[in-house]
Design a protein around this ligand. Structure first.
Ligand code: ADP
Ligand code: MG
Length: 333
C-alpha cells in the first residue's frame, strides 16, 4: 500500500489521520482515513478522503488539452461537491458525502469508505460474473440512478471503476442465507448468497464520483436549469434525453460484467468512436453462448443507439430478466 502524502498536506488536514491510498483517478488520490473529530468518528470508524491537488490540477490542465471533459477547475470541484451533497442523502446506493475542505494546496472531499473497492477489480479478479451476481449489482446501480434522475441530475461517468461495494463475508461451510426480496425495485439483496464469488461476496453496491455530473433539472419545478424562457426547443428536448446517457453506461457495465470484456473496444480512437456511434457490438462467441436470452435482451434495450428507444430508468427497473432472481434455483447450485 502506498505511502500517505507529504507531512505538509497531512498537517493541513488536521481532522483526519490518513492511513493508506485506496484508489486514484485522473486528478485525485483517495485515502482511507480515521476521523479525529468526534462527531464524525461517532458514525464512521473510517472514511475515504478524496484529495485533489491544486498544483497537479493546473499543471495537467495546461499539459493535457486532450483531457476534455475531465479538465477540473475550481468551479468544477465545487460543482462536484454541491451535486454530491444534494444527492447522497436518502439513497443507500450512493456513496455518502461527509464534508468538504479546501486548503491552500488541496481540495478534500470526505466520504463514507467502501471497503470492497471497485467492482472493476472484481471483474478482473473473477473474469466475469454469474447472471445472479450481475443482477444483484446492476439493480443497485439502477436504484442509484433512479434517485439521481429524480433529482434532475445526470451522472455521465457510469463505469465499473466508479461502482464501489462493501463485501459480505460468510463462512465457507455455512449454509447461505437466502432472502427473497419482497419488492425487487426497492429492496437490496444484502445478505443474499450469490454464487460464483467464493469466500466473500459483493454486498451493498454504491455509485461514486460525481466529477462529471450535471444538474439538468431544478428539483422542485423539474424545469431545465438556466434561463428557461429563452431556451430553444431542441435544447429542452436534448436535456430530456440527456438522462439516457446514464442508461447507455448501465448497458456497458452490464455487458462487461456478463462476459468480462466491454461491448466496444479498439486501440484506434476514431475506429472506437465509429463503432460506438453506430452501436456496433456483438454477443461474441463462445463467451456469450451460455448467457440467457433475457440478459441479452436487457443489454440490447440499454445499448440502443436511438435514445428515444433506449430504456429509461423506470423501464430498466421493470425489465423481466432483472426481476427474475430465483432463490430456489440459486439454492440448488
Ligand atoms: P476521479 O474523479 O478522479 O475518478 P473517484 O471519485 O472516482 O475520482 O475516485 C478514484 C478512485 O478512488 C475510485 O475509482 C475508487 O477506486 C477509489 N475511491 C473513491 N471513493 C472511494 C470510497 N468512498 N471508498 C473507497 N474507495 C474509493
Ligand atoms: Mg472515477
Amino acid at each position: 500500500k502506498e505511502m500517505v502524502p507529504r507531512f505538509k498536506e497531512q498537517f493541513e488536514l488536521n481532522d483526519y489521520k490518513l492511513l493508506c491510498k485506496v484508489g486514484e483517478g485522473a486528478f485525485s488520490k483517495v485515502y482511507k482515513a480515521v476521523p479525529l473529530n468526534t462527531t464524525i468518528a461517532k458514525n464512521h470508524k473510517h472514511v475515504a478522503v478524496k484529495i485533489i491537488n491544486k498544483d497537479n490540477l493546473h499543471e495537467k490542465e495546461q499539459k493535457e488539452d486532450s483531457n476534455v471533459g475531465k479538465t477540473t477547475t475550481r468551479q468544477q470541484v465545487l460543482k462536484e461537491v454541491s451535486i454530491h451533497k444534494l444527492i447522497s442523502s436518502n439513497c443507500e446506493n450512493i456513496v455518502q458525502f461527509i464534508e468538504f475542505k479546501e486548503t491552500r494546496s488541496n481540495y478534500y472531499i470526505v466520504q463514507e469508505l467502501l471497503d470492497g473497492g471497485e467492482i472493476f477489480n472484481e471483474i478482473v479478479k473473477y473474469t466475469y460474473f454469474s447472471e445472479d451476481l450481475c443482477r444483484h449489482v446492476i439493480r443497485q446501480l439502477g436504484l442509484a440512478i433512479r434517485h439521481l434522475h429524480s433529482m434532475g441530475v445526470v451522472h455521465r461517468d457510469i463505469k465499473p471503476e466508479n461502482l464501489l461495494f462493501n463485501p459480505i463475508a460468510y463462512q465457507p461451510n455455512e449454509t447461505p442465507k437466502l432472502r427473497k426480496s419482497d419488492d425487487p425495485n426497492t429492496k437490496v439483496d444484502e445478505g443474499v448468497f450469490i454464487p460464483h464469488v467464493g469466500g466473500g461476496s459483493i454486498g451493498i453496491v454504491k455509485l461514486a464520483d460525481f466529477g462529471l455530473s450535471k444538474q439538468i433539472f431544478q428539483t422542485n419545478t423539474m424545469t431545465p436549469c438556466g434561463t428557461v424562457g429563452y431556451t430553444a426547443p431542441e435544447v429542452v428536448k436534448d436535456e430530456n434525453y440527456s438522462m439516457k446517457v446514464d442508461m447507455w453506461g448501465v448497458g456497458c457495465v452490464l455487458y462487461t460484467m456478463l462476459c468480462g470484456f466491454p461491448p466496444f473496444f479498439d486501440d484506434k480512437i476514431d475506429v472506437l468512436t465509429e463503432k460506438i456511434s453506430k452501436g456496433q457490438y456483438t454477443f461474441l462467441k463462445p463467451w456469450w453462448d451460455e448467457i440467457s436470452d433475457g440478459a441479452k435482451r436487457c443489454v440490447r434495450k440499454l445499448l440502443e443507439v436511438d435514445p428515444h428507444r433506449r430504456y429509461d430508468i423506470e423501464q430498466f427497473l421493470q425489465d423481466p430478466w432483472l426481476n427474475s432472481f430465483d432463490c430456489e434455483k440459486v439454492a440448488q447450485q
